[in-house]
Write a protein of this length. Structure first.
Length: 478
């Protein structure tokens, strides 16, 4: 009995050991298959334009819808994770993304492509990717920063391989058969999901009470039942979109607004870099290589960034590293404005890749720093919904500007403006927030008890002396 109990406790607490590393490997592959996939859209962009006789703005709606749904489906993914677990959400996402790509190979118009490859595949990517990110928070505590950084190398791996594979298949069999093959490849998301054994993160304190209240409400009179139903729907919406955190937690509020604004510029080079190079006389194979260079360098720089940000010196200061990476990303776009020669574009890709490695390794870790881990799925939901709005409108609006002016340099002007302004906003806002909290705590704390100042602000009730600290303390003190 004692051996069985020890084994059960080991299964119930798999953090940072054993099967957790297999889950991390699955998360790497998931991010390669999902977040890495949009990197190949630039390769097929010109072919889709010629096939459907469409403008830059019309064609760019396809990747915009895909990426926007990938990020904006967070609340629905959060509900699936809460109800059925991460494994189910990942496997369902793999199935949806495969069905979407297979269906897109039979499309006769761009509007059909918006639905299949854009919406259905994007929704599948959302389920697989976001559930994969969430499960890492349950499997890793001590090594969570490193785990997030290693998992984000999957994006780099996908960004390296997808464009090369796309160009090869495109030359051999056209874009329709290429999309058909992609549908088969994306079924591997189901295999990754099967590796994610369910973890019991703990029963939520209010969940049973809410369920009991709803069950008691079923026997109430009809008007009261309707009011209770509306109240329950509002509570579910608030729970999975984290409006309460957004209103009370200044750190989460600033970070969400900053990243949402940042995405207006961050996505533009990924969509238009390859068309920009082809427009300026670069061969298609060499243009596709540009995206692969970004992904290849990221494979090595992301783990290093994760290890660096996990050092105790940066505890409570990761937001400043993130802002610095965003600022560098914005400055790098100016290289493309200066020259469109292949050598200059390679230089641009190297610098951009270093900046992206910092953004990719830290974006979710900073979010885990500013909110409690048990609220992370719902905080991620609102975070990604707001992201999706800017991801949806940024490429088409910039494509319209390019169609009007016939000048691709406006892509990089816009990207630099949004990235640099977002970096300054986040960095200065968190600096002011930290100083304000420092002054507030210094006025209350005894002189012989130095306080620890962090930018994180958690909107929870004051804890009693006997209450254990929240799990997020371990996140920020690795």
């Amino acid at each position: 009995m004692s051996q069985g109990g020890a084994a059960a406790r080991k299964v119930a607490n798999p953090q940072d050991q054993g099967w957790a590393w297999m889950v991390l490997l699955a998360a790497v592959l998931l991010q390669a298959l999902t977040l890495g996939f949009p990197s190949c859209i630039g390769v097929v962009f010109t072919d889709l334009q010629h096939e459907f006789q469409a403008s830059n703005s019309e064609t760019s709606w396809f990747p915009s819808i895909m990426v926007a749904v990938l990020h904006g489906g967070g609340p629905l993914c959060s509900i699936l994770v809460k109800r059925f677990g991460c494994r189910f959400a990942v496997m369902l996402g793999g199935l949806l993304s495969s069905v979407g790509m297979v269906s897109s190979s039979f499309c006769k118009s761009l509007s059909q492509l918006y639905l299949t490859a854009g919406f259905i595949t994007g929704l599948g990517f959302c389920f697989s990717f976001q559930a994969g990110v969430t499960v890492l928070g349950y499997y890793f505590v001590r090594w969570r920063t490193l785990a997030n950084a290693v998992a984000s190398t999957g994006v780099s791996l996908g960004s390296t391989l997808w464009p090369l594979l796309s160009q090869y298949l495109l030359d051999k069999m056209g874009w329709r058969n290429t999309f058909l093959i992609f549908g088969g490849i994306l079924l591997n998301c189901c295999v990754c999901g099967a590796l994610m054994r369910p973890v019991q993160p703990g029963e939520e304190p209010g969940r049973r009470a809410e369920e009991a209240q709803l069950s008691n409400g079923a026997s109430s009179p009809h008007p009261e039942l309707q009011q209770r139903t509306r109240t329950a729907c509002f509570q579910v919406l608030q729970k999975h979109l984290a409006f309460d955190i957004f209103c009370q937690n200044k750190g989460y509020q600033i970070y969400t607004i900053g990243v949402t604004w940042m995405m207006m510029g961050f996505v533009l080079p990924h969509v238009y870099l390859v068309p920009y190079a082809i427009h300026n006389g670069v061969e298609e194979h060499r243009a596709a290589l540009l995206t692969s260079v970004i992904g290849f360098i990221n494979i090595f720089t992301r783990p290093f960034t994760g290890l660096l940000s996990g050092h105790r010196v940066f505890t409570g200061r990761r937001i400043y590293l993130f802002s610095l990476a965003v600022f560098l990303c914005g400055l790098s776009n100016l290289i493309c404005i200066i020259s469109a020669e292949f050598s200059m574009l390679i230089t641009y890709c190297i610098i951009l890749s270093i900046a992206i490695s910092g953004i990719g390794a830290l974006i979710f870790q900073v979010l885990m720093d500013v909110v409690e881990m048990d609220r992370f799925p719902s905080a991620l939901g609102l975070f990604t919904v707001l992201e999706s709005i800017t991801l949806l409108i940024a490429p088409p609006l910039t494509g319209l500007l390019v169609d009007i002016t016939s000048d691709f340099r406006y892509v990089f002007y816009n990207s630099s403006f949004f990235l640099i302004s977002a970096a300054l906003f986040m960095g200065l806002s968190f600096c002011a927030l930290g100083k304000k909290k420092k002054l507030k705590e210094a006025s209350k704390a005894p002189l012989d008890n130095p306080s620890r100042y962090q930018y994180r602000e958690t909107p929870t009730e004051p804890q009693s002396e006997g209450q254990s600290p929240p799990a997020v303390v371990y996140i920020t003190s690795i």
